[in-house]
Design a binder for this molecule. Sequence first.
Ligand code: HEM
Ligand SMILES: [Ca+2]
Length: 760
Amino acid sequence: IRLAVQQMETDLFQHVEVTSTEQIQKDNVLSRIVSESLQSIEGAIQAADGKDKKLFDLGIDRVDPRSTDAFGPHLLTSSQAVEIAPFGKLYTGITKSAVETLNISVQNIEQQLSRPIPILKCPFSNVPDCSHAATSRYRSIDGSCNNLDNGLWGRSFTPFERMIPAHYDNGVDEPRQTSISGGPLPLARKISSKFHQSSLIGHLMPDLSHMAMEFGQFLSHDIQRNALSTGHDGANINCCGNNRPSSEDPCFAIQIPTDDPYYSKFNRTCMNFVRALPTPKLDCRLGQRQQLNQNTHYIDGSQIYGSDTNTSNSLREFSGGKLKTGADPIIPNLLPKDTANAANCILPTSNANVKCFLSGDIRVNQHPALSSLHTIFLREHNRIAAGLAAVNKNWTDQILYDEARKIVGAMLQHITYKEYLPEILGDAIMNLYDLNPLTSGYFNGYDSSVNPASRNEFAASAFRFGHSMVHDSLKYNGNGGDRMFKDVFLNPALLYHKTGGVDGIIKGLTDSYSQKVDEHLSSQLTRHLFESQPGFGADLAAINIQRGRDHGIPGYLLMKAICDVDSNVHDPSVWGALKAIYKNSFDIDLFSAGVSEKPVTGGKIGPTFACIIAKQFEALKKGDRYYYENSGDQAFTPEQLDEIRKISLSKLICRNTGITSIPTNAFTKNSSSRNPLMLCSGVTDIDYNRWKCGWSDWGTWTPCVNSIQFRWRTCMEQKPCVANVCINNALEEQACGSIVYKKKIRRRKNKYNGVKRYGK
Ligand code: HEM
Ligand SMILES: [Ca+2]
C-alpha cells in the first residue's frame, strides 16, 4: 500500500489508454477520487493494523487452532494470502469512496469506469511468461499457464469467480444481513437449530456409501481453500472475546440466541466467525469485495501435491519420483509426519510416535476418513512411480515424479467424472452439461475462453451439500469399533492402529451409508464440530449460512431463477418451515434452501445446486487444457488414456490396502445385483508397457510357413520418451520345421528397402 501511495504521483495516467472525451472525464473523476481517498483509506488500514498488533501483543489474538473457536486448520491462512489482504482492503475502500462521492451504484463503477487504475498496484500483475507451457506435458504446480492466454486463470492464490454479482448490504463489502423488507435477517444459528437439526428418521441414503461423502470432501479440497482474515503476523482471531467488536470487520461472530435449544445449557451466546479475507478481482478493476482461493482451482491433485512450489518440494522424496511417507516403525506407508505439529492437531500423550500428517492441503488432519483417502492417493503415486521406473531404468526422479503426478491427477478426474458426479447429478444433467467421459478417443471440447475458476456460489454454498451426507459416526473395522465424529476430529490416532488403521477406516466408508442430502445435518457437525471442551463444539450449518452472507452470496430465489428452475422443488412442509423462519422469501439463504430441495431424477441433490455444480464441473472440464481426455502436446497417448479409463476408486483401494473385497463401485453400497463385491485379488495394475520407452517385448512367432517364421517388436517412442532410443519396428525371422537356421534381427525401415536379409 505504501508503495502504491508513492507510485501515485509518478504513475498517474502514465499507462492510461483512453478512447473518448467522455471516458477521459469519467476517468479523471475516478482518479481524483482515488487520489483524494487513498491517504485516508491507507490511514484507516494502518490504524487497524496497529490495533491488531496490540491485540497480538496482549496475547488475545492467538486462538489455539485446536480449540472449538478456531475451526481447526481452516483458520490457518498462508502467508501469500495474508499479503494480498491489504490490497483487498484498499480496493474495496476506494470503491466505497467512489460510490459515495459519485452517488452511483457499484455496478456502475464496475461497468462504466471499469479499468485498472494505474496508480494502484495490483497483486495479480505479475502475469507469467507462458511461452514454454504450450509444449509442456505437465501442469505447473500452482496451476499457472494452464490457460496460455490468461496465465493466471485457475492459479492458486487467485480470487473465486462469481456466477452473478455479490449481494452485500452496502453493495460493496458488508455482509448480507438485512432483510429486503427491512430489519435484520434471521440469525444463522437460529436457522440451523430450527431447520438443519439432525434427524433420526429416514435419514440414511439408500444408495450411497459413506465413501461418496468422503470423496466429495477430498475433491472439494482439490478445488478450493478459502483464505480467512488474520490478525497481526497471521494470528488467529477470536471474535467472541471482549476485545474486538464481534461484528466489525474482520469479525462477523455468530450470535447464539439465549433460548438456544443446545448452547444455552453452556451459557454460550457467541460462536467465533472470522470473515474471509478481502481481495481485488483478478483484473484489479475497482468493484465489490472478493474472496481468495489458496489452492489451484483445477482438479489436479493439489490436495496431494500442494499448490505452491515450496509445499510440493517439501513433500517430495527427490528419489525415484516418490512422495515422502511417514517413517513410522509399525506402519511404514502412512503420510509424512508433521513432527513440528504445525497443523496443530490433537495428539495422544500416550504414544509419542503418533503425529499429525503433512499433505498438499493443510486440512488433511480434519478427521481420519479424510487422512485415509489422502493416504490411498499417496500410496498410488508411489506405486506408479515405482512401476514406471521398472520399465524405464533411465528416467530421472523428475520425469518419474511428473509422470506419476500426471497419471494420479488423471485418475482423480476420471473418478470424478465417471463415478462420482453421475451418482450426485444423475444421467440427465450429466448429458445436458456434457460431463460424461468418453469410452475411447480424445475429447475435443477444450475451450480457452472458459475460465475454470471455482465460483463463489459453488464454494461457499452449493458444494457444501456434502455436509448433509456426513454420518454421526465413522464405521471402523478395527480396534474398538465405530467412532463418533466428535471423538476423532483433528485426531490422527486411528490411522496408527495395527489392526484396523487405514484399511479399517476405508472398509468402514465403503461399508456404511451416507446420510441423505436434505436439510438435516448430523449434530456431530451442528453441535460438536471440532469439540474441544466437553459438551459443545461449533455449528457447521450456521457457519455455512454465515459464510454465504460474509461472501455476499445472493439469496436462494435469485439463484434458482438464474438456474431457470421451476417452482415446487421443495416438499411443501419444508418450504413452509423455511418461510416460517424468514420474513421474506427472497431473503432465504442459498445453502439452506438449496440443500433441502427434492433431488433431481437419478441424482441426489436438487435442481438449483445441480445447476451450480454442473456448471462448475463443466468449466473445470472445458477450461482445463490438461483435462485428461484432451488431445495435444500435453496429451496421453490413446493407449495410455485407455489404461486411465480402466481405473476406479475401488481398484485404487484394492491396490493400496490389504482389503480383500470391495463393492465394484465404491460410492454405492454393495448389493448383489447392482453393485457386486469384487475380489481385490483379481485387480490388475495399469499396464506400464504403455509408458515404456525403447523396444517393446517381442511378439509371438508367426506360424511356420515355407520353413520360416517371424516375430516383431516395436520401438515405443510414445510420450514422454526421449526420442532416438530406437526407430520404427524390428523384425526377427528364423527357420522352422526341419532345417534350423540362425536367427537374425534387422530393422524394417521403409519396408525391407535397403535392408539386407540375413539367414535363410
Ligand atoms: C466430516 C466431514 C466434514 C467436515 C468436518 C467439514 C468441515 C468443514 C469446515 C469447518 C469448513 C469451513 C467452513 C467455513 O469456515 O466457511 C468446510 C468448508 C467446506 N466444505 Fe466441508 N466438511 C466436511 C465434509 C464435506 C463434504 C462431504 C463436502 C462436499 C461434498 C464438503 C464441502 C465443503 C466446501 C465446498 C467447503 C468450502 C471450502 C473452502 O472454500 O474453504 N465438506 N467444511
Ligand atoms: Ca486443485
